[in-house]
Design a protein around this ligand. Structure first.
Ligand code: SF4
Length: 484
């Protein structure tokens, strides 16, 4: 595995809106990434003036994308991409209708305009073998009217990020973001900037972000991210029934929420926050509320709903649950400014893991998803709770330290078991890590933040492939679909 992608890790500069993206469940690497790859291929066809001349398209999936692709709706995502639809705005309730239509008519409208024969059962090919650059590879090939073809391979490298084998996008990005006032590759550099400027971590990240877009655009963008996070918690808490996919997993946030909220009145997500603040919360209720928020998001994710990739879809529940914990339990005066600071810090911590290790479960197992999201949330909460920048990174380190080696073994290739519960565990660990860091002295910490990132990467390389989003090990083989 060591030849995979690790040589492209350094110097990448990443925006908050790269780390936190609005998308569609159930997986950032297996759904959002392939969807975006489909859109990129359409763009390529347009650039080469080949779209109208395309007579046939074939899509080949490799490695982890192939092994867990059906459970992760990779085929659905590819078709939605080829239709030219936007994963941020396309109504999620219409996705199945689009896919059914393609299956019945055995054709699709490429980019919504060009009719093309397309049979999902034969034109999407699942290969068991892995491509060498990254375990999540997919190749699009378009046959053109003049008999020639156009082909492009993409790699879905986690968190919805997509690169080509030529790494053109990666190079462009580095050039474009070379003017970040505070380029950061390591935690020590981030702390040095905080010391030099007197800014908290959120301030340094904001300064970098301001080199890309206006303060208003940043605020509006984060507000929209929070709106989707809040909506996904609200939807999950108010939807009962069974999740799709065949495991017959019961949606649990609904019952837990019903018991917790009691008869407190509300009629939308904002008044809901006020009502939750009025409920009695002792330790058990706090555990249940945080669990409920995390389960809710990941039940929405598992049913192909709209969530925010943070840093992945499988781990999308951790950050909203911890932000909501701060809002409804810890600080009843919390407002959107707190949300902005929280998301800025969380995204920077996530980007440090992406640069120094990975946020792809196909490369690093679940430590790369739930572990990273827990570290992001722990650090962000610590800043809101008044921790120093050193304590912020200490909290992130503690959260990751206790996720090291966590395997990815989703039953049936679905992002349901163990994924949904695991978000609750990641959120609770984040809160615990925050409290330990707030009571701790970073000067006497034995494990520096950057060392835990390096350890995570080393652990990822030592982990066997069957525990990296292949559903060929662990729970995925111990528990049969018929047991569920
Ligand atoms: S086990 Fe973890 S990494 Fe694997 S799909 Fe589930 S949430 Fe993602």
């Amino acid at each position: 595995m060591s030849s995979y992608i690790c040589d492209m890790k350094p110097i990448e500069s990443i925006s908050v809106f790269d780390m936190l993206k609005i998308g569609v469940g159930p997986s950032s690497s297996h759904t959002l990434g392939p969807w975006r790859a489909g859109l990129q291929f359409i763009k390529l066809l347009n650039t080469k003036r080949a779209l109208a001349k395309t007579t046939h398209i074939k899509v080949e999936l490799y490695g982890s994308l192939s092994l867990t692709g059906r459970g992760h709706a990779t085929d659905t995502a590819i078709m939605m991409g080829l239709l030219g639809t936007d994963p941020v705005t396309f109504p999620v309730e219409q996705i199945q209708t689009e896919i059914d239509t393609i299956g019945q008519q055995k054709s699709l409208l490429l980019n919504g305009i060009h009719p093309l024969a397309f049979d999902p059962s034969t034109d999407i090919i699942f290969h068991r073998e892995f491509l060498t650059f990254h375990p999540n590879g997919l190749r699009f090939t378009a046959l053109l009217a003049n008999g020639s073809d156009l082909s492009q391979t993409y790699y879905s490298i986690g968190g919805g990020f997509v690169v080509t084998s030529e790494r053109k996008r990666g190079k462009r990005k580095i050039e474009a973001l070379g003017h970040f006032p505070y380029p950061i590759a390591k935690g020590t550099e981030l702390l040095a900037y905080c010391q030099e400027t007197g800014l908290p971590i959120s301030g340094v990240v904001m300064a970098n972000e301001l080199s890309l877009r206006s303060a208003q655009d940043i605020k509006d963008g984060i507000n929209e991210i929070w709106r989707v996070m809040l909506d996904s918690m609200y939807t999950g808490c108010h939807t009962s029934g069974t999740l799709p996919g065949g495991l017959n997993v019961t949606r649990r946030a609904y019952e837990t929420h019903k018991n917790l909220i009691g008869s407190k009145p509300y009629n939308d997500p904002v008044s809901w926050i006020q009502s939750i603040r009025q409920t009695e919360v002792k330790f058990r209720q706090i555990l249940k509320w945080v669990t409920c928020f995390a389960l809710a998001v990941n039940e929405v994710n598992a049913s192909l709903g709209r969530v925010v990739t943070a840093p992945t879809n499988g781990s999308a529940g951790v950050i909203p649950a911890v932000m909501m914990y701060y809002m409804v339990i810890e600080n009843h005066d919390a407002n959107l400014e707190d949300v902005h600071r929280f998301m800025l810090v969380a995204s920077e911590i996530g980007s440090l893991f992406k640069k120094g290790s990975t946020i792809s479960a196909a490369l690093g197992g679940c430590q790369a998803e739930i572990g990273v999201s827990s570290a992001m949330a722990a650090g962000a909460l610590t800043e809101l709770m008044g921790g120093t920048p050193e304590q912020v990174l200490m909290a992130a380190e503690i959260a990751m330290e206790h996720h090291l080696g966590l395997t990815c073994d989703p039953i049936g290739g679905l992002v349901q078991i163990p994924c949904i519960e695991r978000n609750a565990m990641g959120a609770i660990k984040a809160i615990n890590a925050c409290e330990m860091a707030l009571d701790g002295d970073p000067k006497s910490a034995k494990v520096p933040f950057d060392k835990v990132i390096a350890t995570m990467w080393e652990t990822a390389q030592d982990m066997t492939t069957k525990y990296k989003e292949t559903s060929e090990g662990g729970l995925a083989i111990q528990v049969n679909m018929s047991d569920c």
